[in-house]
Design a protein. Structure first.
Length: 303
């Protein structure tokens, strides 16, 4: 859990030097997906990329990963452009709050609604958002489907997680890369104006390696070994913890690679704290309620 947060946090540092959010998306899609495909080819040859070698259950998990990963890579830059990083983190936490948490109690279900609304409103107020963009909110909700669905994907893929994730990234590349060009024009950052120097290439490679390739390997394994409640707590706190880790590691990466980063101010730190603490409390309360409900049902099952 901690390792996954740290790895993705490092990936966030690399994306900060890029001139446009979509350039980070390209890095994660091309380099990250390419690394996962290379791993699958090295382990299983061309057969590792053959969906026919997956069971119907595993193909379902692979297709879910391809869909939600594409939504995250496309929706993320749109949300950043229209509502900013703070509200985007809050909305992503909505998907994470629901991820892996057994919905066995009405208390757990009802608790998430006011908690999430409080997180969203508080973060938006702290960041200083003056207007509401329904496009930005919709894009953020689309991106939030990825952390929400990660536990389900891990369970469906089972022992074929590496092959399934690699195949999903092939589909993701075919979907995301063509969309990036018109989307860049729409967001006002034409592809032709992007800088493609050594620093940018290192940043794109770093984003792909840490935010996609290594993160995907660790996350799919975490979903197998963690309880649903544990996975939910991890997924609920990760969106806000990862930027904190990125800030902590930024000076080290700056000295090694010359990759610049943006340090949040006190208001943004407060926003990250709201997302993290509120998400963790909600996830833990619901996990405890679910465990208690399951124990209460156990004697009835034995009878």
């Amino acid at each position: 859990m901690v390792g996954s947060v740290v790895i993705v946090g490092v990936g966030f540092v690399f994306t900060r030097v890029l001139s446009a959010p979509l350039q980070g998306t390209m890095g994660m899609t091309v380099f990250g997906g390419g690394i996962l495909v290379a791993i699958a080819l090295a382990r299983d040859g061309v057969q590792g990329l053959d969906p026919r070698r997956l069971t119907p259950r595993q193909r379902k998990g692979m297709l879910q990963h391809a869909l939600t990963s594409s939504l995250m890579k496309i929706g993320g830059p749109i949300a950043f452009a229209h509502i900013g990083a703070g509200p985007y983190a809050s909305i992503t936490a909505l998907g994470s709050l629901l991820a892996g948490l057994p919905m066995t109690t009405w208390t757990g279900r009802a608790l998430r609604v006011p908690i999430f609304l409080a997180v969203l409103i508080s973060t938006g107020a702290l960041i200083g958002v003056q207007s509401v963009s329904y496009l930005g909110i919709g894009a953020a909700l689309a991106a939030a489907t990825h952390p929400f669905n990660l536990p389900s994907q891990a369970k469906l893929l089972g022992d074929k997680r590496d092959q399934g994730v690699a195949q999903a990234n092939v589909i993701c590349m075919l979907v995301v890369i063509p969309v990036c060009f018109p989307l860049a024009e729409y967001l006002g950052t034409p592809v032709g104006t992007w800088t493609w120097g050594p620093t940018e290439l290192v940043a794109m490679l770093g984003a792909g390696l840490f935010a996609t390739a290594l993160a995907a390997v660790m996350q799919t394994r975490a979903g197998i070994y963690l309880t649903r409640g544990g996975m939910g707590v991890w997924a609920a706190t990760a969106p806000a913890l990862q930027p904190m880790v990125a800030v902590a590691l930024a000076p080290v990466l700056l000295s090694l690679f010359g990759v610049a980063t943006v340090i949040p101010d006190a208001i943004q730190w407060a926003a990250f704290g709201i997302v993290t603490s509120t998400s963790a409390i909600t996830a833990r309360l619901d996990a405890e309620a679910a465990e208690a409900a399951q124990k209460a049902k156990a004697p009835t099952r034995q009878e």
